[in-house]
Design a protein around this ligand. Structure first.
Ligand code: ADP
Ligand code: MG
Length: 273
């Protein structure tokens, strides 16, 4: 019998596991090539932890996000979020799951330009079927949480990049998600506004118990994380608790900077070549 592979990071953490990823593969097939974007990913993510995922461009960070966030299904393997097996859900069950349990934040905010901050945040709440006044109160509460209580009726065009990203975070929080996924959320922001966004993520995980998972190249974000996962060529390269690491400004034991700046992309099979 094959020896079971140890699960990265599974030793010594007593918090409940909220996401369990086992043997996850993702293969993209097109007419010209087959891309092995994820290859046998094993990972446990704990409730209320702040996990940062690092890796070079094309290493599979967004693909892994899409799998954990129920935006797409793996080609193989198992992903459990709580007691729900995501690969077994149909498309409408996946949407139902997403809008109740997951919040997403993207690099480019993805706000609707013609709607105010309030209206943008209210949008996902309409899918939950909340009463209007409950939804209004909820939207206002999350906008205040991100420090935008005085910008409720501004449209994205009237807000700075950092404020727009905070509206996007408020929108992601409106359904009170167990897990917040943020894909390079500070990549378009300057140092100061990026730091403000990171501070919000930190409060979410430490004060509200939300599990925060970010893909990032931002070293400020690494410093506030509980753990860092490096992904390389669609595989887990390594995973470390930040408390066990030697963090100096701009580099994490020399490893982070190296992983962020180079490394291998996924394997590609030329098809029919
Ligand atoms: P990262 O977020 O780390 O930059 P991605 O997860 O976006 O990496 O991509 C991993 C690999 O999978 C890349 O080579 C990318 O080109 C490929 N890929 C991602 N999405 C698709 C898709 N929808 N169709 C085909 N290939 C894809
Ligand atoms: Mg990406």
């Amino acid at each position: 019998m094959a020896t079971p592979q140890p699960i990265p990071g599974a030793q010594g953490d007593t918090r409940p596991v909220i996401v369990s990823v086992r043997g996850v593969d993702k293969v993209y097939k097109s007419a010209h090539e087959v891309v092995y974007a994820l290859k046998g990913i094993n990972l446990d993510i704990y409730q209320s932890e702040y996990l940062s995922i690092m890796g070079p461009s094309g290493s599979g960070k967004s693909t892994l996000f899409n799998m954990i966030g129920a935006l797409d299904r793996p080609s193989g393997g198992e992903i459990m979020v709580g007691s729900v097996s995501l690969p077994k859900l149909g498309s409408s069950e996946l949407s139902y799951f997403r809008c109740r349990h997951i919040g997403y934040v993207f690099q480019s905010y993805n706000l609707i330009q013609s709607l105010t901050a309030m209206e943008n945040v209210l949008l996902p709440l309409t899918f939950l079927g909340l009463e209007d006044d409950v939804a209004q109160a909820r939207a206002e509460e999350v906008l205040r949480f991100v420090g935008l209580g005085d910008r409720l009726t501004h449209t994205p065009g009237q807000l700075s990049g950092g404020q727009q990203q905070r509206v996007a975070i408020a929108r992601a929080l409106a359904n009170r998600p167990a897990i917040l996924l943020a894909d390079e959320p500070t990549a378009n922001l300057d140092l100061k506004t990026g730091a403000m966004v990171i501070e919000i993520f930190k409060r979410l995980s430490s004060d509200l118990g939300v599990t925060v998972i970010t893909a990032t190249h931002d070293h400020k974000m690494l410093a506030v994380s509980d753990r860092i996962l490096w992904i390389k060529g669609g595989q887990v390269d390594k995973i470390r608790y930040v408390k066990d690491m030697d963090i100096d400004t701009g580099s994490i034991g020399g490893e982070g900077a190296k992983a962020a700046s180079g490394g291998e992309g996924p394997e590609r099979d030329p098809k029919g070549a």
